[in-house]
Design a binder for this molecule. Sequence first.
Ligand code: PLP
Length: 478
Amino acid sequence: SGRRSLRRPFATSSGACPGIVGRSYRHVEATHTTEPHFVLRTLHQSWIINFFCNYEESRGNYLVDVDGNRMLDLYTQISSIPIGYNHPALLKLMTNPHNLSTFVNRPALGILPPENFPDKISESLLSVAPSGMSRVQTMACGSCSNENAFKSMFIWYRNKERGQTAPSDQDLSTCMVNQAPGCPDLSILSFMGSFHGRTMGCLATTHSKVIHKLDIPSFDWPIAPFPRLQYPLEEFTRENAQEESRCLEEVEDLIVKWRQKGKPVAGIVVEPIQAEGGDNHASPDFFRSLRNIARKHGSAFHVDEVQTGGGTTGKFWAHEHWGMDDPADIVSFSKKLLTGGYFQRDELQPDKPYRIFNTWMGDPSKNLFLAEVLNVIHRENLLEEVTRSGKALLKGLYELQGQYPNILSRARGQGTFCAVDICDDETRNSIMLKARDKGVILGGCGDRSIRFRPALVFKEYHVHIFLNIFSDVLAQLK
Ligand SMILES: Cc1ncc(COP(=O)(O)O)c(C=O)c1O
């Protein structure tokens, strides 16, 4: 194809593809021990490096590798680049001398915030606060956000159980030795196939791949089935509604069972679209019912928008598609918002300082970038753009699925947050490598899906560039 050789880190038997976390435990050996990836392996975790990048040369939707290959990026650093590489508006922020101290001095935000922090947080995060939420807590990454959101739900639940009275002496003494009642047997209900991060608490609610979980102790918390819908959704409304009712019934049963076990469900956590677990959708009705079940049983409702938030579904938050004034008690975010954190309803605010705390508690320089990202989203009508490109992408996937029914199935999506299933894992990996050789970066999810996670500046003409290449790759496989 005339492309310069990609310096692949490892020759693998199964193919080291962007976004595919190996599910086997085979170690893949480096072929040339002096290559940078091998050197890096001795310094840092690098088993799954796909290739080295040249970020200076990367622009907009195009990521450039060290060999100078320019690739259309539909995976964008695991869905975390909001408006493309080196956006001029973001570069300009770096040249403003008034911003320098924010980039140079990273404060311990919880105790020593900069003077302009309230203004900056109002301009950035609070301007996109989900309905019913006027409080935000910034954190570093997605897992860290969820971990602290879980703690907030537990604190809220225990305060409620105690009737908002002070903890007893027994609470205080037992918590220091990891015993109840100070460390209570509370639980969080999550869904099979979900991904909420890899830290210890989050991992207890993550059920997407064995590789994340093996050998790590966990909690006895309830896990409900997530609906396994048929696509296109419009053609299977009756079957899908039945499947969703089945899952909702199971949720209620589990809440009752866990209460009887003495491990009440303090919170329910759910992704609006299960991403890492295979891009599994559910209807607005499903989420509205789930929200009601949480309310009925006195559990907090936590919507994890780490991957879906920031505009990629055509609305700023995916939960806006549910059309609710009161969609959640907690909404966590990271990735496209550049900083991690969570919004919460007033009642969820902890009653004492240091109950939710860490050294950095976010990074004010990320709020500067985010405020500018939000300006660009508004100025360039990027949510409309995403809706338009998303429609073209899904239409193209449906057409290719019709043409290659033995390879593609279950095309699905909202905005550009789209996915398609491939007949098997091996073919999926081969398609992704072939696409990369032709200049397109894709990511995998679930057992055999390809997920599309372009930046918000991915336009209709980029969709057509992608579809042409994808079509060529599929024709080669046939
Ligand atoms: C829905 C969801 N929650 C949480 C996380 C964890 O975020 P991080 O990798 O920043 O810890 C991810 C990461 O992919 C995610 O997709």
